[in-house]
Design a protein around this ligand. Structure first.
Ligand SMILES: [Zn+2]
Length: 372
């Protein structure tokens, strides 16, 4: 009996073993700039997950397993890192990293329009990621400016380049398969953001392979395509009607605001936005900004405290701005310790928070500690 059980177990292990070996390297497209690269041993690297409720028109799937998350830069359409467990390593900074069977190289570079973006203290870096798995190299450019000669040289032996659908980028990498990303996806949303569908860019291109799925098995020196176009993941869901109606109320409120309309009418519109979609930050945040313009600090505090207690996942970009607003309101209300805690949070996120805000937080913390 024992012998038989053992034999059975050996068979099971052999089966599992052959299944594991049979797995091959895989590139999986989620949507927008979000990709997963999975090694033959099952290590999953997620690059640039986006935030569900900012401009995209669709949500980021909740159940994307990840062993490692790479972020090119801290903008909402590339950094939805809050969707992953606190134990998942998140890399933002350039460097050389080994993780299980994956070799990751981060090249320090700049976001496009870096000078313009950086003027008001906003973060303007962009880390180009090169992921090497099973001998295949895949690079994700994020929203990089046009790569410099030096960067192009560093990327010379890369097999796949994930980049914007723009000739100025595509033409720099004649030896790699180019994977366009970061374009409008009418197949998953009716929302029109600032982007165009990819079709226009593809019209004058040769060697385009349009995949009918969101996955692909990459190989070293792939010559089967010059441009590889993925389908978005079928796990991606269009925004709910509740969220669309919240956006309509916010538009209504901000139009009143621009026309210097009646204060109560503006606040009512924002309250309706909160009621329509209490699970997102949008309504709370615009209401808090309007209240703060009117110097209604106590109300700013109550709206934002309610938001932080209610909203399950906050885009950290809005979170950082909301916390800065809350800190100021606390200072005005003479709640110096509560302000201190907000500034500590801001100071702890030096790669995502606006640099002027970090400076302000540093000064506040110093004074607070000295005067305690
Ligand atoms: Zn972007």
């Amino acid at each position: 009996m024992i012998k038989r059980t053992l034999l059975f177990l050996v068979l099971i292990f052999q089966l599992i073993g052959s299944y594991m070996q049979a797995q091959s390297l895989k590139i999986e497209y989620i949507a927008h700039a979000a990709f997963v690269i999975e090694s033959s041993q099952g290590t999953r690297v997620v690059i640039d997950p986006y935030h569900s409720y900012r401009q995209m028109g669709f949500t980021f799937p909740e159940d994307i397993p990840a062993d490692l998350v790479l972020i090119t830069h801290p903008h909402y359409d590339h950094d939805g890192s809050q969707y992953f467990s606190k134990n998942t390593p998140i890399y933002r900074d350039a460097g050389l990293y080994r993780f299980n069977d994956v070799l990751v190289t981060g090249i320090a570079s700049k976001h496009s329009f870096a000078e313009q973006i950086g003027k008001s203290g906003n973060q303007n870096y962009n880390t180009i990621w090169v992921v090497e798995i099973d001998g295949v190299k895949i690079a994700h450019l994020g929203d990089n400016e046009i790569p410099t000669t030096e960067e192009v040289q560093q990327l010379a032996d890369v097999d796949y380049i994930i980049g914007h659908p723009r000739d100025a980028y595509y033409e720099l990498f004649p030896n790699a398969v180019y994977i366009p990303n970061h374009y409008l996806l009418p197949e998953v949303t009716q929302h029109k953001n600032w982007m165009q569908p990819v079709d226009g860019w593809l019209t004058d291109k040769q060697g385009v392979v349009q995949l009918t799925t969101n996955t692909y098995t990459p190989i070293k020196g792939d010559t089967s395509a010059e441009i590889l176009v993925f389908m978005p993941s079928n796990k991606v869901q269009e925004w709910s009607s509740e969220y669309y109606s919240a956006l309509a109320f916010i538009k209504e409120g901000s139009e009143h605001e621009k026309a210097s309309g009646d204060f109560d009418t503006i606040i009512t519109a924002y309250d309706k936005a909160i009621q329509s979609a209490p699970f997102v930050m949008d309504g709370y945040y615009v209401k808090a900004v309007t209240l703060s313009r009117k110097q209604k600090h106590k109300e700013v505090i109550s709206v934002l405290e309610q938001a932080f207690a209610t909203v399950p996942d906050i885009d950290w970009g809005v979170e950082a701005k909301a916390r800065a607003l809350l800190a100021e309101a606390y200072v005005t209300a003479n709640e110096l310790t509560l302000a201190y805690h907000q500034y500590v949070w801001l100071r702890r996120h030096p790669r995502i928070v606006n640099r002027n805000t970090i400076e302000k937080a540093t000064t506040y913390i110093k004074n607070y500690v000295e005067n305690r």
